[in-house]
Design a protein around this ligand. Structure first.
Ligand code: GAP
Length: 498
């Protein structure tokens, strides 16, 4: 993760928000390359999920909506995380990310250890337990360390569990619910009637507009409504770079189906579609696993939820949630708004409130996943044939921030520069490309490798004196071949837009 964060800062992908004021926890800004990568991810999703499908319509709803929407959806009363405070250090933890275990020696409990969720939490806790035994000079076998979430602690254990901040027991509070929605006020009145919320998900904007789209479009069940947009959550512990932030973006689909449909099969189809899409933008299929939520942990309205998990640098974590939400949301809005949410199914000659399957993906989490999948350190020969180390981002051409770099072999030969500039201008009309004339050609390649530019195009003397062909270099294999401009454009088209 440190390497990725360092590269992102160095090459202008991602900066901490408000950095000149010391940063602002949970907020990130995207620099010149980051914004290109981000836009490319969103465009690829929109193209594949909306434009290239006949059964999905797009939407762009507002971030601030009528507060009654959040009452109906259950967010006002129920959208919270359990938190625990350390009274001494004033630090706050998510209770479901804080783990503890009693430390036993020959069956006798000699104290407790605690650890904040991390990739090697078991090893950290075991080390702390061994240290405790040593300090207390206890003889005998240490019992196994069985970590449990702080939410499962018994009230009498709260005072015994050490704070991860101080290492001492007695300062942790019991878990309390912490509301995650950001509040704001709308209009000139400063009283409670003006309270509104920044949306914590884009999904409710879709449910709130479902009737508009049914009434104005030509949709028939099954059909989906897709939306990309900002979401805000006052996360207790934003961390792991852009993985969990307070302002982020979601790409969500509500896919409406008949209550009589075989929802299990449709759910499976969505899980496969989502997995294939992640692979199409460069994630390794083997790195994606499915986490099926056990029935007893499902929200009361949910029929099934499967999360696509990805092996992030900080461990395997949720990337894409695919939930079967039944008719819960539409029925809630029907009840709270008094507006009918039924649709007439022409084929079945039935009127009903449809059920919904919801694939919900974070843009920023996808960006972190593609960055970690692409980040590679390898060794390649330089101009002189000597093998040297390089850092390369092996982005799929579909989402790479810069698609190709155009280099005149020498910058002091006007005929090379002119020809390279002409090609650069031609390619720039369609794609984000880069022109670089400075430094040795090998150094120019390296600079592009580090930001993940898939293709390097060099204009040399053969181009202007012989057959007009250019050298096309592949970022990953470093192989070079000569192609005509026509072949080049066709190849780039296939690789970037295919
Ligand atoms: N409408 C359903 C919903 O919002 P969620 O599991 O809370 O479900 C969906 O969020 C996706 O949004 C997650 O799988 C993740 O990719 C992204 N996401 C959620 N919270 C996030 C956060 N604090 N920072 C970045 N991405 C987040």
């Amino acid at each position: 993760m440190e390497d990725i964060v360092g590269l992102c800062k160095r090459r202008g992908f991602i900066f901490q928000s408000s950095e000149i004021y010391g940063g602002y926890n949970g907020f990130y800004d995207y620099g010149p390359l980051g914004v290109e990568l981000r836009n490319n991810i969103k465009q690829a999703w929109w193209r594949d999920m909306v434009q290239r499908r006949d059964d999905i319509e797009g939407l762009d709803s507002t971030i601030i909506m009528h507060p009654k929407i959040w009452k109906a959806s259950g967010h006002v009363d129920g959208f919270s995380d359990p938190m625990v405070d350390c009274k001494e250090s004033k630090l706050r933890y998510r209770a479901d990310q804080l783990f503890f275990a009693p430390v036993t020696v020959e069956g006798e409990t000699i104290g407790y250890v605690s650890v904040v969720e991390c990739i090697d939490q078991q090893a950290v806790a075991e080390k702390a337990a061994a240290e405790m035994k040593r300090k207390m000079a206890k003889q005998g076998e240490l019992g196994p360390i069985e970590l449990k979430e702080y939410t499962e602690a018994k009230p009498e254990e709260y005072a015994l569990i050490p704070s991860p901040a101080t290492g001492k027991p007695g300062s942790l509070t019991e878990p309390r619910e912490f509301k995650l929605m950001f509040e704001t006020k709308v209009g000139p009145l400063a009283d409670d009637s003006a309270v509104a919320y920044l949306r914590p998900e884009t999904a409710q904007g879709i449910f709130a507009n479902y009737k508009n789209i049914v009434d104005t479009g030509r949709v028939k069940v099954p059909f989906g409504i897709a939306q990309i947009g900002k979401a805000f959550r006052n996360e207790i512990t934003p961390r792991n770079f852009i993985f969990r932030s307070r302002e982020f973006e979601q790409m969500e689909i509500e896919y409406f189906i008949s209550p009589n449909a075989d929802w299990k099969t449709l759910h499976r189809e969505w899980i496969d579609t989502c997995t294939d899409w992640l692979v199409s933008i460069g994630l390794d299929r083997d790195g994606i696993t499915e986490d099926i939520h056990p029935e007893d942990k499902l929200a009361f309205y949910s029929q099934a939820t499967t999360d696509l998990m990805y092996q992030f640098p900080h461990g395997e974590q949720e990337l894409w949630g695919i939930a079967c939400r039944g008719d819960y949301d539409l029925k809630q809005h029907q009840e709270h708004s008094g507006k009918s949410m039924t649709i007439f199914d022409e084929e079945a000659k039935e009127k009903y409130v449809p059920h919904v399957i919801e694939p919900s993906l974070g843009v920023d989490r996808t960006l972190l996943a593609v960055l970690s999948a692409a980040y590679t350190e390898d060794e390649v020969p330089n101009d002189k044939g000597t093998v040297e180390k390089r850092t390369v981002l092996k982005f799929s051409p579909k989402i790479a921030p810069v698609k190709a770099a155009i280099f005149p072999l020498l910058k002091n030969k006007p005929e090379l520069v002119e020809r390279a500039q002409a090609l650069y201008k031609r390619l720039q009309r369609r794609w984000n490309v880069f022109y670089d004339a400075s430094g040795a050609i090998g150094r120019r390649y390296r600079r592009q490798d580090e930001i993940g530019t898939p293709f390097g195009i060099t204009i040399d003397f053969d181009t202007i004196e012989k057959d007009g062909t250019v050298t096309l270099r592949d970022r990953d294999t470093c192989e070079q071949r000569r192609v005509t401009e026509g072949e080049l454009i066709q190849y780039l088209e296939e690789q970037i837009d295919g």
